[in-house]
Structure formats: structure tokens, C-alpha cells
Design a protein around this ligand. Structure first.
Ligand code: ARG
Length: 566
């Protein structure tokens, strides 16, 4: 509907001395606080400077120019002081949104904005020395949601995972295992295999001495030299870590199209550095160190190869950035990584630019997740494991479900997992990506308030109405629209705009918050409007069905599955 208003305004502005793009007009259109000011309003103060007139006068003049708007779109267009207020034809809006939702089904809301683009999204890219933690859950929730939002706008998405499988961190777990592992395996200990590896990392840090640190360094050198036994142990422990991750990805609903490994690409990075020295892009100091001066970019000086020839973290990324574009003929490459690596990516993109590699690359940087109990530190073992957290929230959901219904064990498990994931994903996504946040497991799983389970519950409610319904009509007519009907119609009709804006801003929180508002609007409708047995039964059934569809589509974009029964 906003698009129609943009068109009308553009027409009215023709011949006037103002330059406003469609996009700008669109952003100026407001939704007034009360219904008697119409459904949409255009404020004219913005034009008064350019048109040298007072805003109320401009409003009147533009209103005249608009003339008779199509009655199928608007019941009325009025001016009120500096505003032009648009009263949409509610019945036709209702008719349209119901038709669109019911006929387009899972495609309702999609767009072709990203047509022809191939984009790689990298997430969560763990280190292979410890299990995934709460921060990775935020990472994965964001990565998957952005992937889905882009796909919904017709981009081709390649989900990539980068495994940091070499380096000092993994050597630490290896040293500890060698010393205290007694050749036991995860199966012997009946432990999830990545947790098993992580235990040794924590052990290393607890018992850390200068000597132990030196042993880890030595192990790294042996690894780089290709020492047989070291490689064997490395493969074994990495295998455990990677297998464990796989299970977590599966539970969380994530599947990668490609896995990259630091161990396979870092040598190529080193070569790039050495070539860069020859070309004068990097400088080699007397002691052998290779570095780059990024003073101009205000990023200081960055060492790339240490004096012993070993490479620092960023080196593999230089090679990988190129490999990605070559492997997949990409248009864009995104990295979902926490904001503690903002500097890393600034440096990475600056160096690539100096190397003449200028492509559309973006660090999707997100804030930290903290717990009510304080900060997480994986070295100290105070980190919250992703698996443990999911299970903890699932048990809370199970408890809540058991109060309501008698369910079989498998059904209980299935439903409680869906609810737990909805709780976690919603909480992680409703906050702006770049803000730090607090994660309270208990609060997340509440069936009331601004939570995932509350949203799911509204869906289940709608499903239970539809279960009793004879059939839905795509063209159900309505005699009288009540306030709560129209509120729901309007909310539903906003979905395509929300999708567009989430796409343009790479912002899942818009979809998350929309889902919650939609659920709230539906619940108000549900409490105030009789559906089955009412005079408007056919219309309201179609409306409820449309709600189910739109909410399902919105939730899918944030990776949340729905339940018909809770
Ligand atoms: N493994 C790193 C970490 O856990 C993140 C890697 C991000 N991706 C990249 N291409 N550098 O902090």
C-alpha cells in the first residue's frame, strides 16, 4: 500500500522543484498513532524549505494535485495541518492480503531484489579445540537467518563453515590429552566427542605452567614440520571435535554447503605474503619479521609472519577470501563473526585491497552474549556449552508442557525441542545484531511475554481454530470490519515491507520483532472476535488462515519451526 502512496505523491510533486527518490518518500511515510488520522500519513515539513512555503499550505496543494484516488485503494485522503492522511479502503486491503497469503502460501512476502546474486555466508567457523558455546548460538542464529532472508529475496546462498583446525589452541588440547588422557576415547567416557576434547583444553589452562606452554609450542612446530605421530593425534582429536559440532549443527537446524579448513589453506596464505614482499606491498624487517604498514588506514602496523617464519591468524584468511570467490563465482562474501574481531576484518579487507583484490566483502559483526551470572570464559571452563544450554531450555519447556497435557515420551521430546529452539533463537535474534545482550534461559522459555514460545503458542491457537473449520475461502467477503479485524489485516499486509527492509539492512531483528507484534495482534483479535459461529465466519476463517501462513513465513526466516499443538 505504501508503494501506491509513493506513486500518488510522485505524481503530485511533478513539475515542482523538489528531488525526492521513491525510497526517500517511502521512508517519510508514517503510520499515525490513532485511527482517525488515517492509516498512513505523509508529513510535509520536509518540503517546506525546498518549496518555500509553509507545510500546511503544501499539504493542501499536494492533496489537490492528487485528485481522485482510486476508490479501490482509498476511502479518503485528507489533510490535517502539515499532514496528508490516507485512509485505505480496508475491505479491499483485507481482500488483497487474504488472497495473497492463501494463494502464494510459503512464497508470500518474497521478492526478486537479489535475483542473479551469489553470496557466500560464513558461519560459525569454530576453533576445533572445544565445543560450541552460547556465542556460537548467536552466531548461528544470525548466519542462518540472514541466509534465509537473502534466499527469500532470490539470492543464491552458499553456507560456508571455516574450521580453525590448526594452531596453538588445538596443540594445547593435544598436549593435555597426551599427558592425562590415558588413551581413552569419548566412547569410553560416554561423552559427546567435542566436549571430550574441550575438557583437555580446560585441563591445560588449569594446570598451565611455563613448561607446559613450551610443550604446546614444541607440538606446533612438530605439526608444521609434518611429524607423523603429531599429525595422527591431531587428526584424531580434530575428528572428535568436528563430529561433535556436526551433531550440534543438526540439532540447531544448520547445514553447510562447504567446509573449509585452515590447515589446508594457510600455506597458500604464506605464499601470498612472500609474493607481496617481492612486490613491495609488505616489508621484511632485519630480524625476518614480515609486516604491513596500515597507518594510512589508521590500523597501525600489522605483523603477518613472525621472525621464526610461522604465520599469524590473518594469513589463512587472505588466501581463503580469494579461494571462496574462485570456487563459487561469488558476487558477495559475508563473514558472521563476533565484534571482538572488528579489527581483524578491517585489516583483512585493507590488505586485500592493497593486493588488488576488491570485491564485495562484509564482516557481519555481532555483540557479545552474557549470562545473568556473568561473563563467559572458555579457558576457565565457565563458558556455557551450546548443547548444555539447549538441553537446559528443553527441559524447562518439557516441564511447562507436562503441566498442560499428557504426551508420549517421543512427542514430548519433539515438541519441547522445537519450543526450546524457538525460545533460544527468538531471544538471540530480537536484539539488534551489534548490541551486546543478556541471555536468561528461564525468561526465554516463558509462554508469556516477548518470547519465542509465546509466538508459537499464538500459531497453535490459530491452528486449533482451523482444525474445526470446514474449509477456507480465498475470496471470503466481509460485511463489517471490526477494529481488531482491521488491525490484524494491516499487520499482515506489512510483511512484504518488513522482508524488504530486513533484506536491505541484513537485519533479522526486524523479522523477529514483527513476528512478535503479529502474534500479539492475533491474540487481541482472538480475544475480541468470535470466529466460528459468527456472522463473519467465512471471512474470519480466511483471516486466521492468512495469519497462520504469514507467521509461519516470518518464523521460517528466523529459523523457527511451528507447532500445530503445544
Ligand atoms: N575461529 C574463529 C573464532 O572462533 C572465527 C573465524 C572467523 N572466520 C574467519 N574467516 N576468520 O574466533
Amino acid at each position: 500500500m505504501k508503494e501506491v502512496i509513493v506513486k500518488l505523491l510522485k505524481k503530485a510533486l511533478k513539475g515542482k522543484d523538489v528531488s525526492l527518490k521513491d525510497e526517500e518518500i517511502l521512508n517519510l511515510i508514517e503510520v499515525p498513532p490513532s485511527q482517525d488520522m488515517g492509516d498512513y500519513a505523509f508529513p510535509c515539513f520536509f518540503l517546506s524549505k525546498q518549496l518555500h512555503d509553509n507545510p500546511s499550505q503544501i499539504a493542501i496543494e499536494l492533496r489537490e494535485k492528487i485528485g481522485n484516488a482510486p476508490p479501490t485503494d482509498f476511502e479518503d485522503i485528507q489533510t490535517q495541518g502539515p499532514y496528508i492522511n490516507f485512509f485505505v479502503n480496508r475491505k479491499s486491503l483485507a481482500r488483497q492480503v487474504i488472497w495473497d497469503a492463501i494463494t502464494q502460501k510459503k512464497d508470500f512476502g518474497e521478492s526478486k531484489l537479489g535475483k542473479g546474486k551469489r553470496t557466500m555466508i560464513e558461519f560459525p567457523s569454530p576453533n576445533t579445540n572445544k565445543p560450541l558455546h552460547l556465542g556460537h548460538l548467536r552466531n548461528m542464529a544470525i548466519g542462518e537467518s540472514i541466509s534465509r532472508i537473502l534466499e527469500f529475496n532470490d539470492e543464491k546462498i552458499i553456507r560456508a563453515n571455516m574450521n580453525n583446525d590448526r594452531g596453538i589452541h588445538i596443540c594445547k588440547s593435544m598436549v593435555a590429552y597426551k599427558k592425562w588422557g590415558r588413551e581413552k576415547t569419548p566412547t569410553d567416557k560416554k561423552e559427546k566427542s567435542d566436549h571430550f576434547v574441550g575438557d583437555f583444553y580446560v585441563m591445560f589452562n588449569k594446570k598451565k605452567t611455563k613448561k607446559l606452554e613450551a610443550e604446546a609450542q614444541e607440538m606446533l612446530q612438530k605439526w608444521e614440520a609434518g611429524d607423523g605421530n603429531t599429525l595422527l593425534l591431531w587428526k584424531l582429536m580434530n575428528g572428535w571435535a568436528l563430529n561433535g559440532f556436526k551433531e550440534t549443527y543438526k540439532t540447531f537446524g544448520i547445514k553447510h554447503d562447504v567446509n573449509y579448513f585452515e590447515s589446508k589453506v594457510y600455506k597458500k596464505g604464506k605464499e601470498m605474503i612472500l609474493d607481496g614482499v617481492k612486490e613491495g606491498i609488505f616489508e621484511q624487517a632485519k630480524n625476518g619479521e614480515i609486516k604491513i604498514n596500515l597507518e594510512e588506514e589508521k590500523l597501525g602496523e600489522k605483523i603477518l609472519l613472525r621472525k621464526d617464519g610461522t604465520s599469524v591468524y590473518i594469513v589463512f584468511d587472505l588466501a581463503l577470501a580469494k579461494i571462496k570467490f574462485e570456487d563459487y563465482k561469488l558476487n558477495k562474501s559475508f563473514y558472521v563473526v563476533g565484534n571482538e574481531q572488528d579489527y581483524h576484518f578491517n585489516v583483512l579487507f585493507s590488505i586485500l585491497k592493497k593486493l588488488g583484490f576488491e570485491k564485495e566483502m562484509k564482516h557481519i559483526s555481532y555483540g557479545m552474549v552474557n549470562l545473568p551470572t556473568g561473563k563467559m570464559k572458555s579457558r576457565e571452563g565457565t563458558v556455557v556449552d551450546a548443547d548444555d544450554l539447549i538441553e537446559q531450555v528443553r527441559l524447562l519447556a518439557e516441564k511447562e508442557l507436562s503441566k498442560r497435557d499428557k504426551l508420549s515420551k517421543t512427542e514430548l521430546k519433539k515438541r519441547s525441542l522445537i519450543i526450546a529452539l524457538a525460545a533460544i533463537k527468538y531471544l538471540l535474534l530480537k536484539v539488534d545484531i551489534n548490541k551486546n545482550m543478556l541471555f536468561n534461559p528461564k525468561e526465554s522459555v516463558s509462554f508469556e511475554g516477548d518470547t519465542g514460545p509465546y509466538i508459537l503458542y499464538s500459531y497453535a491457537r490459530a491452528s486449533s481454530i482451523m482444525e474445526k473449520a470446514p474449509s477456507v475461502q480465498k475470496k471470503a467477503e466481509v460485511n463489517e470490519l471490526e477494529e481488531k479485524d482491521i488491525a490484524l489485516v494491516k499487520k499482515l499486509s506489512q510483511f512484504p515491507e518488513i522482508v524488504e527492509s530486513a533484506y536491505k539492512n541484513l537485519n533479522p531483528s526486524l523479522v523477529a520483532n514483527y513476528s512478535y507484534q503479529l502474534a500479539q495482534t492475533f491474540n487481541e483479535f482472538y480475544h475480541n472476535c468470535k470466529v466460528i459461529g459468527s456472522e463473519e465466519e467465512a471471512f474470519r476463517l480466511a483471516l486466521v488462515q492468512s495469519f497462520r501462513q504469514v507467521l509461519k513465513n516470518a518464523l521460517a526466516l528466523i529459523g523457527i519451526e511451528t507447532l500445530d499443538k503445544m
